[in-house]
Design a protein around this ligand. Sequence first.
Ligand SMILES: [Zn+2]
Length: 305
Amino acid sequence: MNWITKFIKPKIKSLFNKKSSKTEDNLWTTCECKNLIYKEDLQSNFNCCPKCGSHHKLSCVERFKTFFDNKEFEILETPLPKDDPLKFKDNKSYSDRLKKARSITSQDDAVLIAKGKVQNIDIIVGAQDFRFIGGSFGAASGEAFIAGVQHAIENNIPFVFFSCSGGQRMMESSIALMQMSRTTLAVNELKKKNIPYIVVLTNPTTGGVTASWAMLGDILIAEPKATIGFAGRRVIQDTVRETLPNEFQTAEYVQEHGGIDLVIERKFLSSTIGTLLNVLLKKEETQAKKDSSNVSVDQSLQSAS
Ligand SMILES: [Zn+2]
């Protein structure tokens, strides 16, 4: 190592590093449309690109802020099972991956559950953070989901979930797969109690998540251009040996083929879901009134006879 490498190069390097990281971290970001976007413009536009409309991913807290009335919500505590029960290791240990994901997201796991109001309706909302090992769904996510359902049932209020996941968590193997049936059973409990359950599929929603709770909503909504599917596009293409259309597995394609009900821009999600819940809850109220009036008619008929 000569004196140039030792003394001058690191200094020059650090000078450039500092400058570029400062610019990148604080002011600017990029988009798939390859435009440079002022971060503040992106944030004030619900994290959607002001130039191409692309919906950028949100953390759970950012999601709650875009959705709840006046950005007010309370994060509910959910059970956290024991870490890494299978002592899984690939090129990195699962416990190291968990540590890293926790430091990036400041969350215990990928799912957060919150309570708040939308158009003045009390509601429980769940969201997934894709930065937490691809939003993968393992035991902790399952526990959080079920706790959310329990809160909704105990308080008789709607449950809305924003999916954003690559599927079940590989590092938890069959424990992660079990969550598919557990969450399905939990959703059934909501349905038995006539509690509205709405899912918003955001980019991406794939694998076991699509094959369980994410497609069981009373109303299925997706954000524009979100990837929605079970198996990956290449796997399907190689299996069916046909060229698939470019828009295959996009929210719009899935809606066109009857897989989901609506594709709604992020800025309209809160108002649309609020309106839908108003309709659903009023309908339930009417149904309850109808039932009680039927009971009183039956009673009066019985007393008359
Ligand atoms: Zn863009």
